[in-house]
Write a protein that binds this ligand. Sequence first.
Ligand SMILES: Cc1ncc(COP(=O)(O)O)c(C=O)c1O
Length: 446
Amino acid sequence: MAIEAPDIRTALPGKIARQVIAKDRRYTSSSYIKEYPFVIARGKGAVVEDVDGNRFLDFMAGIAVNATGHSHPRVVRAVKRQAERFFHMCASDFYYESFARLAERLTRMTPMEGEKSVFFTNSGAEAVETAIKLVRYHTKRPYIIAFLGSFHGRTMGALSLTASKAKQRSFFSSFLPGVHHIPYGYCYRCPYNLTYPKCGVHCAEALETVVCRNLMNPREIGAIFIEPVQGEGGYIVPPREFHAKLKAFAEKNGILYVVDEVQAGMGRTGKFLSVEHFGVEPDVVIMAKGLASGLPLGAVVAKKKYMTWKAGTHGSTFGGNPLACEASLETLALLEEGLTANAARMGKRLIGRIRKMAKEFPLIGDIRGLGLMIGVELVRDRETREPAVKEAHDVVQAAFERGLLILSCGESTVRFCPPLVVNAREVDTAAEIFGAVLRDITGRKG
Ligand SMILES: Cc1ncc(COP(=O)(O)O)c(C=O)c1O
């Protein structure tokens, strides 16, 4: 497959894509969103081809998953080798070498002092469930703090922490008791209408000065569950002190600091974990998405002193499947050999290109991000900051028509989360298409 992209040869969706979509619509759950009519046939690196032979630049990576790009030859080889040997043996009850080796590697790569232990799952939500249970089991405390705007998954425990879009929770109550949501460090839309840094990062202090004065005893809080950089909520990078203050409060009160790195981790932000940008030490790390380059795998890494649960208290039939473990070992090697550094470099290039566009397009309200986790928040008016919801949707659709796959997040943010293998040419092409799309949407001449 040639890797030049974009190359759009048919009306979208093409003839074969339309057939697949018709069958999908007829037989699959109505809850699926389906952002645009893209029907993948194959992919290589950051380029994907649809079933009608159209080629696209993939700057969303199946929602921030394909860390090593599509079908990286080393990951493919590792998975094929494992498939020849065995597919499954349930590591909850038995042993295989890659399971232990991957656990060892993850304990080495996670930024906590001392000994650590790992539990493997099949997805992000399942890893969040695991962490919730672990915190309850270990601390015996009833409360959990989570954040408005956060996304932690769709299973009932994870959903109890999720507070991103009301529609994701509607008619699914009751949720886990004892979960309390507080505002995130979202400076562009400060929940307290303050301005950073004059605000003194009040949003972080409010946990102590408001929540723990009026609502709960901090000694009854088991954990703070936090995305170090908020993902689905809008690719929001909080101020450094936000984490520092929350972590200090947690430490003072014996509260575990649980970081959900499902979207921001695995090299995406230019460091293995996004929490490393903030200089705080987590107690528990939750991972999934990019961890195995697209094979289903999640992991919870905790300080050993907290992973105290007894044999049989938690387990999984498929978690840490051997194919996924092999894919993950190869993924982690590739991250360390250069992909994480590439994410930092390419992220800088992409955000630089987008920042230059801001002058031309008043629609751009805020540009933020770390590495290849970049959000561009669109507004109708820079003064009022009215979210440009329809425009964000239109940008994503128009980019698809021009052969660039991107997604939105938050209310009106366009996100860029390509595979970490993207090169400078692909970044520049994506930026050019984004500019052309903004021109289309705003009716400006190129
Ligand atoms: C930060 C975060 N946590 C958890 C999840 C849930 O992961 P999964 O969809 O694999 O269950 C997501 C998914 O988008 C996420 O972004």
